[in-house]
Design a protein around this ligand. Sequence first.
Ligand code: IMP
Ligand code: MG
Length: 172
Amino acid sequence: MALRPLLSEEQIQTRILEMGAQIDADYPDGNLFLICILKGACYFLADLSRAIQRDVFIDFMGISSYGRGQTSSGEVKVTKDLDISLEGADVLIVEDIVDSGVTLSYLTSLLQQRRPKSVRIAALLDKPERRLRPVDVAYVGFMIPDEFVVGYGLDFAEKYRNLREICILQPE
Ligand code: IMP
Ligand code: MG
């Protein structure tokens, strides 16, 4: 497998600072909860939360989706739930990448049931060509082509998460 650089550390960090400033402008008051979707979004959460100047709460959610890549059943299982209540809060789901949209469309409706004030999505990467379910992504870092990418939290079989940049993974 070969790694072809797609987004440098500097490009990623510059864009995240812009996203943080936009989020600050969009949420002038109220409790803002950043919900990190494990494991891929952990670095994005760490950098995005520090690009936001206002107070935020953070929590983590683990999910696994079935049938991705073949016929997607749309079934998503929560493997680690939140520790906090979302009632009355502005919720921002922090995700590494939106691909088919199956995970996020399920998750958005799940979190809506917990009576938050609002639910929005911040995703570092978006592969719009692959969408099966419509999802409204309020904050997108980068639109990318339909390629398999790794690094900055994204993995292939749990490998490459700790790369500082994002690379396209290609067969030799
Ligand atoms: P979706 O439900 O198809 O949108 O799945 C999104 C999830 O698939 C992401 O949270 C990633 O975990 C994974 N994923 C999708 N595309 C890639 C990729 O190019 N590299 C690594 N993981 C990916
Ligand atoms: Mg993920």
